[in-house]
Write a protein of this length. Structure first.
Lengths: 657, 107
């Protein structure tokens, strides 16, 4: 009875939030939602047919900010969402029946095969940020977005060659298990758990904020309602289904995403007559793209002889500073390997060989998907045009959805709306799956490391362990909801980047030394994790990622001066320009005396990515603390850990239960 | 721990174990350094050497874009090479070692 009730409950949670959105949209005339509805009622063809003059005319009177919304078919989209929720809820119910021990809960009893785990890892990496974010970046800045994709695939070299097998051999459920192998120090466990929670929450926040924005834009569900809905759903999933449900939701979502990628890239190839050369030729000769590139390069007038279309296919339109590039590269190549939710994946397979197989499988899946995403990005630039994409979302995050609608036949057509609804639902499933993995990783750190090993000194029966893990997942989910609502206006990419940089500077050095360095000890672990994390966040606080009011004021003043000059020369300004002028003036007044969050006028650290400084500091501090506080006992324990992590001896015993 | 009787230090200094470990390290670190170097060359080159990276190679496709694609091929190649090497060399050696440990444990 309980099992039939649950899916019903989950459908209710979401059905209710969708309904609430409907009501609020109708009940608030004049509010931003009413604008969105008005925009949606504009005749079909607005979003994806560049040729239609009627659409262009209809677009003009729609007010710009706040009211932009993808033109969707609500019935299709909501049914697809409900279908996804029903299917995933079914998996959760099925998985919850066989989740009885701590090993089931944290590691699916070690019963996931290599290939299955490969799909699940692919699912962990192919987040909505990857799918929508990279498509968007490529549709606006060309192959620079592709360099992100390269970062993802290259980060797998570290996972494959250095992390996966030793972790599988030496660990049990969490990073804390590996770090605490040689020392029984409870401080080590505690710090490891705290670090896992901090990193996961940063990473998770990025996903939650993205989810809220997506639902707001697609379904018109208010941001807060979306966050609460997604959070509630994930709490139920993780608390009941544990690792088994999380893994299978991840596998299914990865399959859906791959399918989406294949369908959409096939569609783009078909539109371009199955010739890649003519496809890239049309990208480079598209007048819209050329115009857009001219804008990006800030050339007010086209420079004669400059091929703006070809420039779109070249690197360096978005990334400009080589040091920043290296910094970002370090975060990827070292950071991704130590993410707690990715590490946990290796404990779900029975042995190192399967762990290796899973990494290889996921590399092929992720690589293929990322290459398909690059076609989607170029396809969106060519067929939807950068101007239309930016009109809906400045960061280009809607490009992937817009190209889906275009390939299906355009807005207003049944196939176009259906394909769009399908891709939206897949994006939603992606968010559910990735956040579930993150909540599970944090709750494992809290329940397994903090509760069982720190408070109970390793003595807790299976039932209690699961119960505590479930309660922990509830609290992590609740925190995610609260923070998600609080961080509505934060830049998402920044959060994910921050998580990666922290892992690269803190968790990665500690993990590597724990596995391979005999003299490494508790002092090194604690110093490395704490200092690495604090330094990375510290550098970020004084980096250009923060808002510097004086700079905002200076920019606003430039706008004011330019517009006032125009006003006096041309004798007047259009209504929109007057509005901009007003806003710039008030921006200037509001910001001219302000300082950044930590009281700075200008950034102290010149780069957006802290890695190039924080990674060396992290390694240095870890080594220094290790050498300062030698610990013979821990050095003696190294041989056992070393033999185990190399050979996998003793793993089979850990799996059987 | 149940396995306290096992002399881990003796295994760790056993020639077979040393051989496996060294062979593995040489191979893995070598591949990793190679892959990482090519990645950083791409990151730095894309911004610092525009003439080379913007040179058109195949129709409209330039060196930089093809270099990005090459990274995927390289990652896949490394995955395949490592899998084959493990299956042929490392895994049998590992199995031998585990058998050795088990034997010692039973004594």
């Amino acid at each position: 009875m309980r099992y039939m009730f649950l899916p019903l409950l989950m459908v209710l949670i979401f059905g209710a939030s969708a309904l609430a959105a409907d009501v609020s949209a109708q009940a608030a005339p004049g509010g931003p939602n009413a604008v969105a509805v008005a925009a949606a009622k504009v005749p079909p063809g607005l979003a994806a047919s560049p040729q239609s003059p009627a659409a262009a005319a209809a677009k003009a009177p729609v007010p710009a900010p706040g009211g932009k919304k993808m033109q969707t078919n609500r019935t299709f989209t909501i049914s697809m969402f409900l279908l996804i929720i029903a299917a995933t809820a079914g998996i959760v119910v099925w998985a919850s029946k066989s989740t009885t021990t701590a090993s089931d809960y944290y590691a699916a009893g070690g019963g996931i095969s290599g290939i299955q785990n490969g799909w699940a890892i692919a699912g962990d990496f192919l987040s909505a940020a990857t799918f929508l974010g990279i498509t968007g970046l490529m549709s606006l800045f060309g192959p620079d977005g592709f360099m992100y994709s390269v970062g993802i695939i290259i980060s797998f070299l570290t996972i494959l060659l250095i992390i996966a097998e030793p972790c599988r051999n030496a660990g049990k459920y969490t990073l804390g298990d590996i770090l605490a192998f040689r020392s029984s120090s409870r401080v080590v466990r505690g710090v490891a758990a705290l670090s896992a929670v901090v990193v996961s929450i940063f990473y998770l926040l990025g996903q939650m904020v993205g989810a809220g924005k997506l639902m707001q834009l697609l379904l018109g569900i208010p941001y807060k309602v979306s966050i609460i809905g997604v959070g509630a759903l994930i709490i139920v999933y993780v608390a009941l289904g544990g690792m088994k449900a999380t893994t299978w939701v991840q596998i299914i979502k990865a399959a859906l995403l791959m399918f989406t990628g294949v369908v959409l890239s096939a569609g783009i190839l078909w539109k371009s007559g199955f010739s890649l050369f003519s496809f890239f030729d049309s990208v480079a000769t598209s007048p819209e793209i050329q115009d857009h590139v001219r804008g990006v390069m800030k050339h007010p007038v086209a420079q004669p002889g400059f091929d703006y279309g070809q420039r779109f296919l070249e690197l360096g339109l978005f990334f400009k500073n080589p040091l920043d590039q290296v910094s970002l590269g370090l975060a990827w190549i070292l950071g991704a390997a130590g993410l707690p939710h990715v590490m946990m994946r290796f404990f779900t397979v029975p042995n190192a060989k399967e762990a290796r197989k899973s990494v290889v499988a996921s590399m092929f899946l992720i690589g293929l998907f990322l290459i398909m995403v690059s076609f989607l990005g170029f396809g969106a630039a060519l067929y939807v045009t950068p101007q239309k994409i930016m009109a809906l979302d400045k960061g280009g995050n809607m490009a992937g959805l817009m190209i889906a609608q275009y390939i299906g036949g355009g807005a207003g057509t049944v196939t176009g709306d259906l394909l769009l609804a399908f891709v939206c639902a897949v994006a939603f499933a992606t968010i559910l799956a990735v956040v579930s993995g993150l909540v599970l990783a944090s709750s494992a750190a809290i329940a397994h490391d903090l509760y069982v090993n720190v408070f109970k000194k390793g003595k807790a029966d299976q039932g209690t362990q699961i119960k505590v893990a479930r309660v922990a997942s509830f609290f992590v989910g609740a925190i995610a909801i609260v923070l998600g609502i609080a961080c509505e206006n934060l830049n998402i990419a920044q959060l994910v980047g921050l998580a990666l940089a922290v892992v690269a500077s803190a968790n990665f050095p500690v993990l590597i030394f724990a596995l391979f360095w005999k003299r490494f000890n508790s002092a090194g672990i604690i110093a490395g994790l704490v200092v690495g994390t604090v330094v990375t966040i510290g550098i970020l606080m004084v980096s250009p990622n923060m808002t510097y009011p004086k700079k905002v004021a200076a920019d606003a003043q430039k706008v004011v001066l330019a517009l006032e000059k125009k006003q006096s020369e041309a004798g007047g300004l259009s209504a929109a320009e007057l509005k901009t002028l007003e806003k710039a003036k008030s921006d200037y007044v509001l910001n001219k005396d302000g300082t950044s969050l930590v009281g700075l006028d200008a950034p102290l650290f010149p780069l957006k990515n802290p890695g190039i400084l924080s990674v060396p500091i992290g390694f240095f501090v870890t080594v220094a603390a290790t050498l300062l506080f030698r610990n013979r006992r821990e050095e003696e324990m190294f041989e056992e850990l070393f033999v185990r992590q190399t050979t996998g001896y003793g793993v089979a015993k850990a799996v059987k239960h | 721990m149940v396995d306290k009787e096992i002399d881990w230090a003796a295994i760790a200094s056993h020639p077979k174990f040393v051989e496996l470990h060294q062979a593995k390290m040489r191979f893995l670190v070598g591949l990793w350094v190679f892959g990482a170097t090519s990645y950083f060359l791409l990151l730095v080159g894309a911004v610092s050497f525009p003439d080379l990276f913007n040179a058109r190679i195949l129709g409209r496709l330039n060196f930089g874009y093809l270099f990005c694609l090459f990274q995927f091929v390289l990652a896949w190649a490394i995955a395949i090479i490592y899998t084959r090497k493990s299956n042929r060399e490392f895994d049998p050696l590992t199995t031998e070692l585990v058998e050795m440990i088990v034997k010692e444990e039973c004594q």
